[in-house]
Design a protein around this ligand. Structure first.
Ligand code: KG4
Ligand code: ZN
Length: 481
């Protein structure tokens, strides 16, 4: 009797998408994604802390939905896989912790895999008409990464050959979108408005494409100069009410991004003698990128493959698919002591296993530290004034007020009842100020004095009022003298 093909669950929480995918061999059984994008919209970029909390809240439901979609229950799971990096540290930790708990409770193997390589893992899903021919170059473009990978073998030999040295491509789309007054995320909006624009109307810079860059940065990307150039131009000439101008700027900016992405990706294919290119990441939804990549690829005899959108954006199916291949090849499971790593190199396809078990290809020279942070200090300062969204630590006045009321209450407490009023005010402001990072001592003193004064005031009031009430009751005939 043949053994059942293992069912692998993949959990993805590296950025703002909570994804759970279920794969059996190379067959996709379920792919459920919940996004916290709405919660980040008002900040104009992904806020790591908000994303981490959203994953924690969404995971149980996404997991249940995925099992339902696959027609399985937990007992059918044979292995659990998770993205352990690169990505946002806090967001990754939620997924890694969750996946470890699930694997341990089910007593099944646990695989911690590389997110970037996972994007290429989609090509292993033959049930979706995908086919991974290797070697291949992969261009992964999203709000968090812009990477070029040379994949000689998806499990054993992946090399990072290029990366962004500043902003990710999607980040540039989102920032320029915000500049042009378009809703977040800017990428799909720019794609939409650019359809009516003239991409040749303005010439914006193509980062790291000059002769001097060819030595060190031949396959690296830079979008921050482009973003600044568009911002400067817009500040000097922009008119948000001129729809044609918005469309032309959007189209010209998009053309600059697409031109650099496609040129460098196809150059990398030729340089490494690889006739294939796989696209992945949210930006590969861009209609102009798809069009230009396919057309220029055909001109240069390079087969360009673009997965369907649900498998391009971050998802759990790609993680399950990659782990399924590892399992099929008998790769050892990951140690439970593995930690989330925001800067995992693409050459580490699986984290937390004996280094000797992995054929580490030439180590990537690029730094992924930018991948993990989508909101920069610039972005935060751009939000200045929106105190409702970003609370600053202000000069504390509530703790001082509570101290003041406390002192006043103590001073007035011997006078009949008068101390009660400042004491109550001192207690209210003291409680409000208690959590203030800079006023804990003052508010604790204010609260102590106020409670003390309240007790004294009540005691004084009782002592003074008792004989008066007693006299009134006697004169009214309610009480015998
Ligand atoms: O892969 P993804 O869903 O999430 C991560 O960032 O990890 O990618 C989201 C990014 C956003 O920056 C978004 O603006 C961009 O992909 N994006 C696009 C398009 N659709 C999404 N950028 C350009 N054109 C699009 N059609
Ligand atoms: Zn991604």
């Amino acid at each position: 009797m043949s053994e059942r093909v293992p069912v692998v669950v993949g959990i993805e929480t590296s950025c703002d998408e909570t994804g759970v995918g279920i794969v059996q061999g190379d067959t996709l059984l379920a792919n459920v994604i919940a996004s916290s994008m709405d919660q980040h919209a008002r900040f104009g970029g992904v806020v790591p802390e908000v994303a981490a909390r959203a994953h924690l809240e969404a995971l149980p439901q996404v997991m249940d939905d995925a099992l339902k979609q696959a027609g399985l229950d937990r007992a059918d799971i044979d292995a659990v896989a998770v993205t352990s990096g690169p990505g946002l540290a806090g967001a990754l930790m939620v997924g890694v912790g969750w996946a470890k708990g699930l694997a341990q409770s089910l007593d099944v193997p646990f695989y911690a895999v590389n997110h970037l390589v996972g994007h290429v893992g989609v090509e292993l899903l033959s049930s979706e008409g995908r086919q991974l021919d290797t070697p291949t170059v992969a261009l992964l473009v999203s709000g968090g990464h812009t990477s070029l990978l040379l994949v000689r073998d998806i499990v054993d030999d992946v090399e990072g050959v290029g990366d962004t040295i500043d902003d990710a491509a999607g980040e540039a789309f989102d920032k320029v979108g915000r500049l042009l007054g378009l809703p977040y995320p800017g990428g799909p909006q720019i794609d939409r408005v650019a359809k009516d624009g003239d991409p040749t109307r303005y010439t914006f810079p193509r980062g790291l494409t000059q002769a001097k860059d060819q030595d060190k940065h031949r396959f690296n990307f830079s979008f921050s100069g482009l973003k600044t150039a568009v911002a400067r131009w817009w500040e000097a000439n922009g008119d948000p009410t001129d729809h044609q101008m918005v469309a032309d700027v959007a189209a010209s900016f998009q053309e600059a991004v697409v031109d650099v992405l496609v040129t460098k990706a196809l150059d990398a294919c030729e340089y490494h003698g690889v006739p294939r290119l796989v696209l992945g990441g949210g930006v590969s939804a861009n209609s102009r990128l798809r069009e230009v990549a396919l057309a220029r690829g055909a001109e240069r005899n390079i087969d360009v493959r673009i997965p369907p959108l649900a498998l391009c954006t971050d998802n759990g199916a790609m993680i399950a698919s990659l782990a399924s291949e590892m399992l099929r090849r008998g790769r050892p499971a990951t140690s439970m002591s593995v930690a989330a790593t925001s800067t995992l190199s693409p050459s580490v396809t699986q984290a937390g296993v004996d280094e000797g078990a992995i054929h580490t290809a030439q180590k990537s020279t690029t730094d992924h530290s930018n991948d993990s942070v989508s909101v920069t200090d610039d972005d935060v300062s751009a939000l200045a004034g929106k105190e409702d969204t970003l609370r600053k630590v202000r000069t504390p006045w509530t703790p001082l007020l509570s101290l003041l009321f406390g002192v006043l209450a103590v001073a007035l407490s011997p006078a009949f009842g008068l101390g009660m009023i400042p004491a109550v005010l001192g207690i209210i402001s003291g409680h409000r100020a208690r959590k203030h990072p800079r006023g804990r001592v003052q508010s604790a003193m204010g609260l102590t004095l106020s409670y003390f004064a309240l007790a004294v005031s009540i005691a004084v009031a009782v002592v003074v009022a008792t004989p008066i009430i007693r006299a009134l009751l006697i004169s009214g005939g309610f009480l015998l003298p």
